[in-house]
Write a protein that binds this ligand. Structure first.
Ligand SMILES: O=c1ccn([C@H]2C[C@H](O)[C@@H](COP(=O)(O)O)O2)c(=O)[nH]1
Length: 162
């Protein structure tokens, strides 16, 4: 995965949104953290991994992958806002936790990142999120492709007064 390319695409999208909406220079970190938590919740909902009371199947793989890269957008965006992105590599994950546990672990990593907002907490958030991708059985190439596609959709939405 070419994470430098993704950071660069994220910067272009964020700058466009902030410029066109008159938000340049405004602190957006808290709103992006909440947006990230909401996206992770939406992703969990699509997987239905915690819905022991329901027999409905999970969403299609592409829907789940799209939700996953929505969260990745906000993680990249937070790294850029706080200048924590320079040294980041997309982790090569070999092992992950069962899905429910992995989701809870990602929520914890977001909370720790909110408290610390340093390089170590950012790396741990990126790692936990990559592990979530592994638990969902997405490989780095699929994630990169889905990110690029969704980034384009996000530009189109801005062009059409979303
Ligand atoms: O500053 C921003 C604001 C939004 N998004 C992207 C991330 C998600 O892919 C999408 C979320 O939009 P909703 O579909 O949840 O409205 O917008 C960014 O990349 N940067």
């Amino acid at each position: 995965m070419d994470i430098k390319k993704l950071f660069s695409m994220q910067r272009q999208l964020d700058e466009r949104i902030e410029t066109e909406r008159g938000l340049r220079g405004e602190r957006l970190v808290e709103r992006k953290l909440l947006a990230l938590l909401v996206e992770i919740g939406e992703l969990a909902n699509e997987t239905r991994c915690f819905k022991f009371w329901s027999s409905k199947p999970k969403a299609a793989e592409e829907t789940i992958l799209e939700e996953y890269v929505d969260g990745l957008h906000f993680i990249l965006s937070l790294g850029l806002d706080l200048s924590l992105h320079e040294h980041v590599k997309w982790p090569h994950v070999q092992e992950s936790h069962p899905l429910v546990e992995q989701f809870l672990h990602v929520f914890e990593a977001v909370q720790t990142f909110r408290e610390k907002m340093d390089e170590q907490a950012y790396d741990q958030l990126v790692y936990a999120y990559a592990q979530l991708g592994h638990a969902l059985q997405f490989n780095a190439e699929q994630i990169e492709r889905a990110y690029v596609a969704k980034n384009e959709v996000n530009h189109e939405r801005q062009s059409h007064n979303y």
